[in-house]
Design a protein around this ligand. Sequence first.
Ligand code: ADQ
Length: 469
Amino acid sequence: MSRLVVVSNRVATPTETKGSAGGGLAVGVFGALKDSGGVWFGWSGDVVTETVANQGPKLEQDGAVTFATVGLSKKDYDQYYRGFSNAELWPVFHYRNDLAVYDREEYHGYRRVNSWLAHKLIKLLQPDDIIWVHDYHLIPFAEALRSAGIANRIGFFLHIPFPSPQILLNLPPHEELVKSLCCYDVVGFQTEGDELAFHDYIQQHAHGTVTGNQVEAFGRKLQTGVYRIGVFPHEIAEQAERGEARQDVMDLKQSLEGRKLIMSVDRLDYSKGLVERFKAFEQFLEKSPEWRGNVTLVQIAPPTRSDVETYQQIRQNLEYEAGRINGRFSGLDYTPIRYLNQRYDRWKLMSLFRESQIGLVTPLRDGMNLVAKEYVAAQNPDDPGVLVLSQFAGAAGEMTGAVMVNPHDVVGTSDAIGRALTMPLAERQQRYQTNMAALRKFDLGAWRDRFLTDLRGVRKSDDAQKRAK
Ligand code: ADQ
């Protein structure tokens, strides 16, 4: 079997790839690397001097897997990561053109860093390697490799939504970016809607053709596919069960004094619908005085990208809203919203999910949303909590046992909270079983294996190009 090379903006540390310490994705990708041997390449997360950056990549060996990381200079970090990736691509791909800040210099920096990273990787490549590139930071990566004569099979998976053409057209270099995507052999999306949006762009704006999942555009042939990312439900259930008896979780339970618990966990990001969620909870307390003092919303939201201005604003907004709502409904021994800005160990999060009666997951737009899936997997089958889920999360396509909401509809979400809190056991169990069946079918292993099977199935790129002519 040919070696696998994974390329992502951030590389997991060897510890994060080990079972309960790390996130599911790191564990899943590492599993594939271990099986075929290979390299995981990307940014170390450090900002360093240009001299140090140019010395990389730093190599760390773990069995058959090499972790290869480079630091970024301040200028590269600002233009490639903070700038074009997170202040332009992220908002546009989440349908928030109003928050996007386009800066031509940053875009050039984004392409320059992609090219620089590609050249760093070339030194580590073998002719038969298959290369799997992840996410929006690295759209031009394959193009840079192709320009240097690399003919290996290269696949790309987009973790976030692909916007419909009418939204994408707002992004000044939209055509160059889609052209760059066409340099991959396989391009994978989270949902059918994302794949369709890409096909629409190809047909309507790139003079290309789409036949089934085969795309021809910009003189290249590629295939697309839908690969719904999942979790390992069995592993999560074990973590949740193990955490139940630990002191922290018992302390939380005691501090709730028999109150019902609603859990929400998100990175602090405007796409996650946190302000709308707080308002829906406020509406619920306003309309249902009998629940005041009897239900607590725990919102865990560790800050991310705090050097991007829109992220500073969302943080301020949320602190204000939490304070305002708590001011309205708190009692001497009751705080309706507990708002925590920390990261927690996975077992702790999973056992908090298990203790709660509702998982409130209401993003305004989300590629998939793994928290929704983790919430379901962590439940006690005999007495499961209810997932209340936004229709705009990719996960809504499979989690059909959730109570579905439109997060912009504050009253509708508030009604859903009331319904979930009073839902009879039989209905909760039935919804849980429906969701669990989907989780088992589309687990993290299936996502990874299906993508890699498709990528291994394409011919090397020079053959593909000859066929395209
Ligand atoms: P994210 O936007 O980061 O991912 P999500 O899919 O929910 O969103 O994954 C977040 C992960 O971080 C979850 O595993 C969660 O448990 C963990 N996490 C969140 N807060 C935490 C905390 N305080 N402490 C510890 N862990 C925490 C992007 C896309 C998603 C897509 C994923 C995977 O935006 O749509 O589902 O990639 O493809």
